[in-house]
Design a protein around this ligand. Sequence first.
Ligand SMILES: [Fe+2]
Length: 235
Amino acid sequence: MPQTSIVDVICQRALEIAPEVPWLVEPLTPGRGQAFILQHILRNRLFSAVIRPSWISRCPDLAIVRKTIGQMREELVFDDEIAQPHTTLLWEMGRNVGLTNEEMDNTRAVPLVDVALNVWENIARSKHWVAGWLATSVDEFMLTAMSGEHNYRPEAWQATFQLNDEQVFFFSYHTKADDDHAGRKVWEPIARHVTTEAARREVLDGMELALTADKLFYQGICELGDHIDANKNAA
Ligand SMILES: [Fe+2]
């Protein structure tokens, strides 16, 4: 019997995990929304300034290298389609949910998020470069491909924070942008680069570890969010 294609295994696993992530499927409280922005700021910057560069430095496929550098540019420098970097959108989104620039500029990782960031960085530095690629893209796939209602959808933010369509552009735009950065079609070249059983094992183990880190990342966000909510209610 032929082995299931590695890309199919990756997609299946990511979609299995998605509904097990409480931040995604439980109600979006104001605190959990703010906490997502505050911790995502750190992940966004680390992914594009540190973690992606460390696996693309070992990637032999120039097309993937170029595409990834293009993505890093869109995130931190300039996205031609919207004439600004995604970080600008992210800060705007943060202000729309009641955060100040100062809070976003000075945000620090909560412990579980710190663990997750360190795990992803370690995968990108020490495992097969494909595992690094997955560590920095599997979450995007999960968020755009998972079915049903969840908190990465703009509607959830509109309902919790009473925002109009324009004010949730960060999320509506990313549903589309992320589709272009991860998923079955984007990951197609993986099959060409992972040709031995040992490499397949290393990549799939690395992805499992990246998904475990993803669960911790969102758990850290939930804890911070619940803390923010409790402080507000006490005030
Ligand atoms: Fe982005």
